[in-house]
Design a protein around this ligand. Structure first.
Ligand code: SF4
Length: 264
């Protein structure tokens, strides 16, 4: 049995990556699985309602960092752990918040010397591109530490995201894409290769292609067999340069790293 199947039983929709179970004393709204980074649940709203969303169960329900007091507790936690150098502003989608709230969150972490990267995790480039204004891009670029991470699954979405990506990249903000390999959506070598080409043309770095999380209902509807996923990975590696080639991985709650398909 592959690791993906073995760990399926560990997934719970309320705590999909076991972060709360492992660290029940973390500040409200802060999640930590890995040594050098933390995730901040900034909001439970999202521009998208992806049917394969592992966090769908908690969208609209989870505790978020929505007060100065909660934000301060998260900042203090990070300061007490100097090994943390990367903060993900996620949720939900941090860009559903106002510019003032986004600025407060970015500044709170980017101002810490130990922090090298503040990641904005967003679907706005695809689902609400008008949210990426020049003034927002300027605001995000000020610290020199912000990166944007977008969830893009098809070539059509990459094309939709391209103008907003350009507004960010032109201000010096690196933009990367994470894709989920989805049955019936992008699970052929040709569709995946086209997606990677369109992302690269938009100056969006393809970063990860994830196997669908092993939540039973999601996997049944969207899961792509491992053998097929490996064949897609091989085809892409043979048809596109390394700069445009993402890592094909699974995100397993029991693992301290994103797991390459070869290890499954
Ligand atoms: S963009 Fe991400 S958080 Fe929002 S619904 Fe889709 S998978 Fe879930």
């Amino acid at each position: 049995m592959c690791a993906l199947k073995r760990t399926a039983a560990l997934f719970s929709p309320e705590d999909p990556f076991g972060e709360l179970k492992k660290n029940p004393s973390l500040p409200a709204g802060l999640r930590r699985r890995f040594n050098d980074r933390v995730l901040i649940m900034t909001t439970s709203e999202c521009f998208a309602r992806c049917p394969h969303c592992t966090r769908a169960f908690i969208l609209g329900k989870t505790e978020t960092v929505d007060t100065e007091e909660k934000l301060e507790k998260c900042v203090q936690y990070v300061k007490k752990h100097p090994e943390i150098r990367d903060v993900l502003l996620s949720g939900g989608d941090v860009l559903t918040l106002s510019n003032a709230a986004v600025k407060r969150l970015v500044d709170a972490f980017a101002s810490l010397e130990q922090i090298d990267i503040v990641r904005i995790c967003t679907r706005a480039l695809v689902d609400k591109p008008e949210r990426i204004t020049d003034s927002l891009a300027r605001l995000l670029a000020r610290s020199g530490k912000v990166w944007a991470n977008v969830h893009i699954n098809t070539a059509a979405e990459a094309l939709r995201a391209a103008p907003a990506a350009a507004r960010l990249v032109n201000k010096g903000i690196p933009v990367s894409s994470q894709t989920v390999l989805l049955k019936g959506v992008n699970d052929t070598p040709e569709k995946m290769l086209l997606l990677l080409r369109k992302l690269s043309a938009a100056r969006i770095r393809p970063y990860y292609v994830f196997q669908c999380d092993p939540v039973a209902a999601i996997e049944k509807r969207f899961g792509v067999p491992l053998k097929k996923a490996k064949a897609i990975e091989k085809y892409c590696a043979e048809h596109i340069g390394g700069l445009s080639l993402p890592r094909f991985v699974a995100d397993l709650p029991s693992s301290l790293r994103k797991t390459p398909l070869d290890l499954l």
